[in-house]
Design a protein around this ligand. Structure first.
Ligand SMILES: *[C@@H]1O[C@H](CO)[C@@H](O)[C@H](O)[C@H]1NC(C)=O
Ligand SMILES: *[C@@H]1O[C@H](CO)[C@@H](O)[C@H](O)[C@H]1NC(C)=O
Ligand SMILES: [Zn+2]
Length: 300
C-alpha cells in the first residue's frame, strides 16, 4: 500500500471495473448508445441490429420454412428465474427448449424485453417501414450443435438465433401475466424471483410462417454480429395496464442506491443496412391487392 501513490490507487480503482466488465452503458447520456463503441468496438462495426424493414430492402424467399418450436410447453413444476439485470427484465429458459427448421439446432437461453415510456408507448427495436411498436420481446437461442453454452456461442458468427416479437397495446394477454405479475418483486437491478413454468408458445403470435430474416447483432453491448434474426410479421398484444407494469415498475439502479433510475426507453436506434438484404417468408399482400385493384380499374 505504501508504495502506491494515492492518485494511482484511485486511477486503478476507477479503471479496473471498466476494463474487466467492458464498462457501464445506458441508452442516453455520456455512456449512451452513441458512445458504446468506445468500450465496445463491435457496436461501431458492421451488421448491427436493430434495423428498419424498409420495403425496398425486402426479398421474398419462398424457401423460408415456418419456425418450429420444440419443447416450448414447460411444466408448472419447472422453476424459471425472472430477473432485473439493470437493462431489461429477463426470464431464464431451459436449454431443452429449442428451434428446428434452421441450419443448426438452436437451444433457448432467455427471453427479455425492450419498451418505451409510460406516455410514449413506442419502444420496439426493429421497425416496419418506420413504424415502431410499443415493445419487443427477444427469445435468445444459441447454436447448441456447435457450442457447449451461450457464453462460448455469443461472439461466434453462427452463434445465436433470436426470435423478435412485436408487442402492441390492446387486448389483455394472459400469457404475459404469468410473469408480469411478479415484476414488483424485481424492481431493482440484481433482484430475482422464481416463476412457475408455462407454455412459452403462448407468448408468440399465431402465425410462425410469416417473418423477416437477416444477419445482425446483439442490440446491446458488446454488439457482437452473431445473430441470425427472425422477426415475426404479426405483433402480439398486451393491455395498457400490462404495458405500464413493464414501463413504470422497474429501476436500472440497485435497491441501495440513493438516486433510483427508472428503467424505460431501453431500445437501440435502427442501424445502417451495410448492403444487407432482408429475406421475407411472405408476399406483401397489401401491395398485391393495390396492384390487383389497379388492374381491375385500368384493364377492364
Ligand atoms: C402443455 O402441457 C400441459 C401439461 O403439462 C398440457 O395439459 C397442455 O395441454 C399442453 N398444452 C399444449 C398446447 O400442448
Ligand atoms: C461454457 O463452456 C466452457 C467450455 O466448455 C466452459 O469453460 C465454461 O465454464 C462454460 N460456461 C458456463 C457459464 O457454463
Ligand atoms: Zn434484446
Amino acid at each position: 500500500m505504501g508504495i502506491m501513490s494515492f492518485p494511482l490507487l484511485i486511477m486503478i480503482l476507477i479503471a479496473f471495473p471498466l476494463s474487466s466488465s467492458g464498462g457501464k452503458w445506458t441508452y442516453d447520456g455520456p455512456v449512451g448508445e452513441h458512445h458504446w463503441s468506445r468500450n465496445y468496438p463491435y457496436c461501431g462495426g458492421a451488421f448491427q441490429s436493430p434495423i428498419n424493414f424498409q420495403p425496398e430492402l425486402l426479398r421474398f424467399d419462398p424457401d423460408l420454412q415456418p419456425i418450429q418450436l420444440q419443447d416450448y410447453n414447460l411444466s408448472s413444476k419447472e422453476q424459471l428465474t425472472l430477473s432485473n439485470n439493470g437493462h431489461s427484465v429477463q426470464l431464464s429458459l431451459p436449454s431443452r427448449m429449442h428451434l428446428s427448421g434452421l441450419p443448426h439446432r438452436y437451444s433457448a437461453a432467455q427471453l427479455h424485453f425492450h419498451w418505451g415510456s409510460s406516455n410514449t408507448p413506442t419502444g420496439s427495436e426493429h421497425t416496419i417501414n418506420g413504424k415502431q411498436f410499443a415493445a419487443e420481446m427477444h427469445l435468445v437461442h444459441f447454436n447448441s450443435a456447435k457450442y457447449p453454452n451461450i457464453s462460448v456461442a455469443v461472439d461466434k458468427s453462427d452463434g445465436l438465433a433470436v426470435l423478435g416479437i412485436f408487442i402492441e397495446v390492446g387486448e389483455f394477454n394472459p400469457a404475459f401475466d404469468q410473469f408480469l405479475k411478479y415484476v414488483n418483486g424485481i424492481k431493482y437491478k440484481g433482484q430475482k424471483v422464481q416463476v412457475a413454468g408455462f407454455n412459452i408458445r403462448e407468448l408468440l403470435p399465431a402465425r410462425l410462417d410469416e417473418y423477416y430474416r437477416y444477419d445482425g447483432s446483439l442490440t446491446t453491448p458488446p454488439c457482437y454480429p452473431s445473430v441470425l434474426w427472425t422477426v415475426f410479421r404479426n405483433p402480439v398484444s398486451m393491455s395498457l395496464r400490462q404495458y405500464l407494469a413493464l414501463a413504470t415498475s422497474l429501476f436500472s439502479s440497485q435497491a441501495q442506491e440513493s438516486a433510483p433510475m427508472p428503467l424505460f426507453g431501453n431500445y437501440r436506434k435502427t442501424q445502417l443496412m451495410d448492403n444487407r438484404v432482408v429475406l421475407v417468408s411472405f408476399q406483401q399482400d397489401a401491395s398485391m391487392n393495390i396492384n390487383l385493384s389497379f388492374k381491375l380499374w385500368f384493364e377492364p
